[in-house]
Structure formats: structure tokens, C-alpha cells
Design a protein around this ligand. Structure first.
Ligand SMILES: [Zn+2]
Length: 200
């Protein structure tokens, strides 16, 4: 083997080594695999009674469901977990004064929960009712909240920048919850809106 060829192989090995370490700095972003990352492409309503259920076909698939909402210039997943809708947004049956400020996404067992949009972790802490909760601040006064988690993704802290589709935790039943699900909220200037219909 000539010296030139040896040096060439050595340089290539160095380049490979550099490549192998580079993705670790951006590992959070490598899970973003498609333009619809973190968003359910189709969404069904769970079996049984579901309050404030959106309109579905005979197979309980939500009609005119758009995986992504565009809210104040921010693109958000309407359902950032593989799940079915177990409770919609709005006043609850029989519950005088009870209003559901988010959508419940039932998963039966813990499933990965993804950041609904690009942003920064504002809070990652236990909160009354919500249990283990993540609050993400997006641009334009838009935030998303994730409640009842069983766990948080490793290395996630207040101030961590996330992109839509990044893993933030797993569904659970922490806080005021009777089944494993994600309670998901979209907030615009502090006001909670229906994640399934808000925006364009
Ligand atoms: Zn809920």
C-alpha cells in the first residue's frame, strides 16, 4: 500500500469518526422524519361514549381531520401521539360548570408523546390536576400543554429547544386521570382553544 493511499484511508476514518459524533448534538431532531412529524395522519374517536366527539364516519374516523393546525404562523400537530380521542373540547355532559379545555388522547398503555410544534420548553413539572406536565412556548403567543404524562424524555429541561416531532415523554395517568391518556391543550395568548379545530 502506498503512503498516499494509507493517508487517504486514515483521513476517511477521521471523517467517519467526526460524523459519528455529530448527530448526538442534534439527537432530538433526528426523530423528525416527515413534514407531518409528531402528528397523527388520521384520527379516530375511541369506542364507547365520548363527550364532545367530533363528527366521524361509520368507522369512527374523524371527518375532515387535518393533522396540522396553522395558528398565528405556527404549525402544530392536532394530535401529537398515536391514540384515539376519548374526550373532546367543550362542556362535559352532566357536569355543571365543567368544561374540558383540551382534547384527551387515549393510549391504553404508555405511548411516545411528541412536541406539537417547534418551540422552547417553558415548564416541565408536576402541576395540580395535570400530573406530570410539559408546557411548550411557540412563536406568536402560542403554547401547547401536555398533561398526565408517565415520564419525561431524558435531558428535557425548561429552556430546552424542541422541534415538532421530538419526543417529550410518554402518556400516563398522573394527576387527575383515570386512564392512560394525553390531555393536550393549544393556547393562544393564554386562551385555550380546541386543538382539533383551531386555526387553518
Ligand atoms: Zn383532558
Amino acid at each position: 500500500m502506498g503512503m498516499g493511499r494509507f493517508v487517504g484511508i486514515f483521513a476517511a476514518a477521521l471523517a467517519l469518526a467526526a460524523c459519528a459524533t455529530a448527530p448526538q448534538e442534534t439527537s432530538r431532531q433526528t426523530q423528525r422524519t416527515s413534514p407531518r412529524a409528531g402528528a397523527m395522519t388520521a384520527l379516530h374517536v375511541c369506542s364507547g361514549h365520548v363527550s364532545n366527539a367530533p363528527t366521524t364516519d361509520t368507522k369512527r374516523k374523524i371527518i375532515n381531520y387535518d393533522p396540522l393546525a396553522r395558528v398565528a404562523g405556527v404549525t402544530l400537530a392536532r394530535a401529537p401521539v398515536r391514540a384515539c380521542v376519548s374526550s373532546g373540547f367543550g362542556p362535559r355532559r352532566g357536569g355543571a360548570g365543567s368544561f374540558h379545555h383540551g382534547v384527551d388522547l387515549f393510549t391504553k398503555t404508555p405511548e411516545p408523546v411528541y412536541a406539537g410544534g417547534d418551540g422552547v420548553i417553558e415548564k416541565i413539572a408536576t402541576a395540580r390536576g395535570y400530573g406530570r406536565m410539559v408546557l411548550i412556548r411557540h412563536e406568536g403567543g402560542v403554547k401547547t400543554r401536555y398533561g398526565h404524562l408517565s415520564s419525561y424524555a431524558r435531558g428535557l429541561n425548561a429552556g430546552t429547544r424542541v422541534r415538532r416531532g421530538d419526543l417529550i415523554g410518554h402518556t400516563g395517568d398522573s394527576g387527575n386521570a383515570t386512564a392512560v391518556h394525553l390531555h393536550y391543550e393549544i393556547l393562544i395568548n393564554g386562551k385555550r382553544r380546541n386543538p382539533l379545530t383551531v386555526g387553518g
